[in-house]
Design a protein around this ligand. Structure first.
Ligand code: FAD
Length: 330
């Protein structure tokens, strides 16, 4: 730890949202000696980099149903990704491009890796922030701990309700962010489909489709089954947002058959997910921080709809907090 006794003030910090932005922030703050507690409403690690396991008659199938791959352009993020590669939680995906990476053996391996040093409280949905003279409590959680600082690392649409009561400027900024939805369907077939194509882009309703087994680091993960992820384009997803999941699954399955130019056998199982807040527009600011209140906000929606942006935003907020606590102690 780099805590400097008598100079910095060690804070008790709660982070709501243990996706990549929340964990990047947590990692940097913990390295400075701050005490971090993360809460996430999901059952396990992933956020929008999650991996879904679903039952089939041939055993469980596994597929990434959020982010599919990422690039690293910023020098600090590149060295973070090199560190992930050294821990075997990412690999390059040259079939897409030379500078493209993917989590191995699944996308959520990155989140698992980052979450490992922390005691993340999964299945904990924060509902509101309550301000007291000596700090914050968070309603909806099983404990009543008072925190010096609270960080919201959740999509803007969800952050607005927390912010509106405490910092209207931050809430107004969050209102400017725009998210696009994405319908995602996972299909498991008993055997490999009769096609050599493994990746499709921009074909009718399909924005992206890929065969899981042909992604790096996944051979054998689904046994003899052939598992495909289909992500609808943003415009198709928006038009069909309130459609029922079974209709969407049938439509996207038909679109896959047409795009591959083959008749598909009936899938042995499928799983459908409607991402209401999938890809964000980005506001051009790395993070929001109110030092008087001890309230911060980070997430991909600050910078853009990419994994790299989420990491940069979380890190930038941590650095602002660290700088601020050093100034306060000086
Ligand atoms: C379908 C899809 C495809 C994508 N494709 C790509 C891609 O190919 N390349 C790329 O770079 N990026 C892609 N992205 C974007 C990428 O996944 C995100 O930029 C990144 O994962 C965002 O991380 P985050 O930490 O900001 O948010 P999130 O991952 O959304 O994390 C927020 C966390 O907060 C939790 N949470 C929310 N509300 C509460 C609450 N009230 N209480 C407690 N916890 C809460 C959630 O459970 C979640 O775990 C894609 C996203 C989607 C959905």
């Amino acid at each position: 730890m780099n805590y400097v006794a008598g100079v910095d003030r060690r804070q008790n910090i709660a982070i709501i949202g243990a996706g990549l932005a929340g964990l990047a922030c947590a990692t940097q703050l913990a390295a400075q000696g701050h005490h971090i507690t993360l809460y996430d409403k999901a059952r396990g690690p992933g956020g929008r980099m999650s991996t879904r396991r679903f039952a089939t008659p041939c055993g469980d199938a596994v597929a990434d149903h959020g982010a599919q791959y990422f690039t690293a352009r910023d020098a600090d993020f590149q060295s973070e990704v090199a560190n992930w590669a050294a821990h075997n939680v990412v690999a390059r995906w040259p079939d897409i491009a030379d500078d493209v990476w993917i989590g191995t053996p699944s996308m959520n391996a990155i989140i698992r890796h980052l979450a490992a040093p922390f005691d993340v409280q999964w299945n904990c949905r924060a509902e509101a922030l309550v301000r007291h003279a000596d700090g914050w409590t968070i309603s909806g959680l099983p404990d009543c701990t008072v925190y010096d600082t609270v960080i919201l690392a959740i999509p803007s649409e969800q952050a607005i309700t927390f912010l509106a009561q405490h910092d209207f400027d931050m809430a107004r900024t969050a209102m400017r962010a725009r998210f696009q939805p994405c319908w995602t369907v996972l299909l498991a077939f008993e055997e490999r489909l009769a096609t050599d194509q493994s990746i499709l882009r921009d074909h009718g309703p399909i924005g992206w489709a890929a065969r899981e087994a042909d992604k790096p680091g996944r051979s054998g993960i689904n046994g003899a089954m052939d598992c495909w992820v289909i992500q609808a384009s943003a415009s198709w997803s928006a038009t069909h947002l309130e459609e029922d999941a079974e209709t969407v699954a049938a439509d996207l399955q038909a679109a896959l058959a047409e795009a591959l130019g083959i008749a598909l056998p009936p899938p042995i199982a499928h799983s459908t997910h409607r991402w209401r807040y999938a890809m964000s527009s980005g506001l051009g600011e790395a993070a929001l921080w109110n030092p008087e209140l001890g309230l911060g906000v980070c997430g991909d929606w600050m910078l853009g709809p990419r994994i790299e942006c989420a990491w940069l935003s979380g890190r930038a907020l941590a650095n602002q907090i660290i700088e601020n606590s050093a100034l306060a102690a000086a």
